[in-house]
Design a protein around this ligand. Structure first.
Ligand code: ZN
Ligand code: ZN
Length: 426
């Protein structure tokens, strides 16, 4: 084999080689849930201008400094493969002037994102996210709705045992104040920090709070306990968010060490983790980003959102009952013996495919003149519920032999009655 998929990317094949069916089921479940919550789909391009992410995610973040796939196109424009979904949606919202017509909008997206990290389980260079953004409101009910929506998605996907951890970073001023305080406190303990955190101390001290290094964690946990940094307004907002979550019976833990790696977050931030994931334990994350719209040249409008990692969900799903998302499509197979039967079957196949069906259907037949035994094996492999068998005898009588693959019962059915009989049996 001469060609392989690019490092960190993977083909998503049908079963049994792959699991496209699981992903399709996840997408369809998500679409139903989003619809219930009043969120509508947006599909933004895979490529965006590099500056969009530098401006929104932040110049000093890991994503921008080392993880973006960026290149110059033939017009010397700096282009990147999108590393996340929020900035493109806000760009699309502003570009379409939605803030001028109907400022409050709820969107969702499903699609690939790209980050040039060292590939490992649940962290590919092309990965996929299911996300939502509620744009145009600063109300605490929105924070709660977004978290409720995220939980509803995981519940609908039958993911059990996830944990929601919440924090509040405060407004821009609170964040700046906290950064300053942290710089002062941590500077005295600099020797206990890892090399990365020594650099972060200067540029982005908030990130020291969520460093995974043991020595950093211990030190930060001992000095950070008593730091109060939220203004009254933010304190009030957070209280209302938590009260809404309580009203919705959402279980969560407060975790003052969640800061998220992206600069645009303000106020509520949250992560959903799962013990099945090991050290990379986040299924998804999100939060409020009240300054992003104005930072990108739009009006002062609040917004909140989240993204779930499809590959992470699949890792957990594989270990839980969700691995068997119901496949409700009914497979009907036509088995034929001889040229005349094949011709008849070919016509029947087409009329069945074009018929009106209330359930999800799939119709197929063999074109390669395989033996009846081989055709029955194929029907079995496809999971056929019913097989329509046609031979010379059946053609002479204007019938097909309909075999129920579960009960093994067979019955003769007139050609004109085939569709009706199938409907009665599925
Ligand atoms: Zn504040
Ligand atoms: Zn560290």
């Amino acid at each position: 084999m001469n060609y392989k998929s690019v490092k960190g990317t993977a083909d998503i094949l049908p079963a049994p080689a792959g699991s496209i069916e699981l992903r399709q089921a996840m997408e369809s479940i998500s679409q139903d849930v989003f619809q219930r919550f009043g969120y509508r789909e947006v599909r933004t391009p895979i490529i965006e201008e590099r500056s969009l992410f530098v401006k929104s995610i932040g110049e000093e973040t890991d994503i921008v400094t080392k993880e973006m796939f960026s290149f110059k196109d033939r017009g010397e424009r700096e282009i990147v493969l999108r590393p996340e979904g929020t900035a493109p949606i806000v760009r699309a919202y502003l570009e379409a002037n939605l803030h001028k017509t109907d400022a409050f909008q709820k969107f969702y997206y499903i699609g690939p994102m790209f980050r040039a990290e060292r590939p490992q389980a649940g962290r590919m260079r092309q990965f996929h996210q299911i996300g939502a953004e509620a744009i145009g409101s600063g109300l605490p009910e929105i924070d709660a709705e977004i978290i409720r929506l995220l939980a509803a998605l995981l519940d609908a996907m039958k993911i059990r045992g996830y944990k929601i951890r919440i924090n509040n970073l405060g407004c821009k001023d609170d964040k700046a104040g906290l950064s300053k305080t942290l710089r002062t406190i941590l500077d005295k303990e600099k020797n206990a920090l890892c090399d990365d955190c020594k650099k972060r101390l200067d540029k982005n001290p908030l990130r020291v709070l969520d460093c995974k290094n043991e020595s950093c964690r211990t030190m930060v946990r001992s000095v950070f306990k008593s730091v109060k940094f939220l203004c009254e307004n933010c304190e009030g907002h957070f209280k209302k968010v938590l009260a809404c979550l309580d009203d919705l019976n959402i279980k969560y833990e407060l975790d003052p060490f969640i800061v998220r790696g992206l600069d645009y977050y303000t106020q509520t931030v949250f992560e959903v983790t799962h013990p099945e994931l090991g050290s990379q334990d986040a299924l998804g994350a999100g939060g409020r980003y009240d300054n992003l719209i104005s930072d990108m040249g739009g009006p002062e409008l609040g917004a909140a959102g989240f993204a779930l990692g499809v590959e992470r969900i699949l890792i957990v799903a594989a270990k839980q009952e969700a691995a068997a998302y119901p496949d409700d499509k009914k497979v009907i197979y036509i088995a034929t013996m001889g040229e005349a039967a094949k011709k008849k079957g070919f016509g029947l196949l087409d009329s069945l495919r074009g018929g009106k069906w209330e359930k999800k259907m799939s119709f197929d037949m063999d074109y390669e003149n395989k033996s009846l035994k081989a055709q029955m094996r194929e029907a079995d492999k496809l999971g056929a519920k019913l097989v329509l068998i046609i031979g010379d005898d059946e053609i002479a009588k204007g019938e097909v032999m309909l075999r129920d693959m579960m009960t093994k019962e067979q019955q003769s059915v007139k050609f004109d009655d085939v569709a009706r009989t199938i409907k009665g049996k599925i």
